[in-house]
Design a protein around this ligand. Structure first.
Ligand SMILES: Cc1ncc(COP(=O)(O)O)c(C=O)c1O
Length: 239
């Protein structure tokens, strides 16, 4: 407030990601509004904008709930109105920064199966033409995904196997303990669902593996949104 070139518009917070309950958002709103009231009482500063960040959870696997963002926002905004009047502060203009909840469900990743390795008494592996380079989330922090054998989606799934990549790393696992059809074999197509958020943006050229293409599809149309990387692309900056 004392800096002539800075205009303080308000305050911002972000409580985290994959939040399924509304209590967390209510509590963060409460903490922020109490802070706004403190700033008003201490310095006479009136908060114009309050940004509560993002964080709405999406359903990667069936055990996770589907949340009503509409109901959640209605609840949080009512809470904010009530809290502002009890704290005797003006209602600030509210901002949210939803990320994952907008786009995660809009995307899925399709892989072609390479080797299927069955090790009796130990474990089975289904390897694919991608892996932690296009989706590092399981390797980084154990994220759960729903995996479907797309071209055999109506078959019973009786083979438990780890879905693994082609990076030549022991950590290159896209998802462990996936149930596949017993008949899964080379050239089958495996779909990993809900990869529209934090996926292409997290992809890398680890081990100089090129990144895949991104195709946009709607009811009547499809188009290439991002070209498949080539080996020439990978060496284009080499001198
Ligand atoms: C400051 C900030 N706002 C918004 C988001 C979006 O979060 P989400 O994708 O969980 O909605 C993030 C994600 O980390 C963030 O750090």
């Amino acid at each position: 407030m004392g800096l002539p070139n800075i205009e303080l518009c308000g305050f911002h917070c972000h409580v985290g990601s994959m939040v399924f309950d509304s209590d967390t958002f209510l509590r963060s709103a409460e903490i922020m509004l109490e802070f706004c009231a403190l700033m008003k009482n201490k310095y006479g500063y009136v908060t114009r904008i309050l940004d509560l960040g993002g964080g709405y959870g999406v359903r990667y696997v069936e055990s996770q709930p589907v949340i009503s963002i509409k109901d959640n926002i209605r609840q949080v905004s009512q809470f904010i109105k009530d809290k502002c009047s009890s704290l005797n502060i003006a209602l600030p203009s509210l901002r949210l920064e939803p990320g994952r909840s907008i786009v995660a469900d809009a995307g899925m990743t399709l892989y072609t199966v390479g080797t299927v390795k069955r090790i009796t008494g130990y474990k089975n592996y289904v390897s694919i033409d991608g892996g932690m380079t296009d989706n590092p989330r399981y390797a980084l922090y154990g994220s759960q995904y729903t995996v479907v054998t797309a071209n055999k989606a109506d078959c019973n799934c009786e083979l438990k196997a780890d879905l693994v990549g082609r990076c030549c790393e022991s950590g290159d696992i896209v998802q462990p303990d996936v149930m596949f059809p017993e008949s899964i074999c080379r050239k089958d197509i495996v779909a990993v669902l809900t990869t529209g958020a934090y996926n292409y943006s997290m992809a890398s050229n680890y081990n100089r593996i090129p990144r895949p293409a991104v195709v946009m599809i709607n009811e009547n149309d499809d188009y290439l949104a991002v070209k498949r990387e080539t080996l020439e692309d990978l060496v284009s900056n080499d001198l």
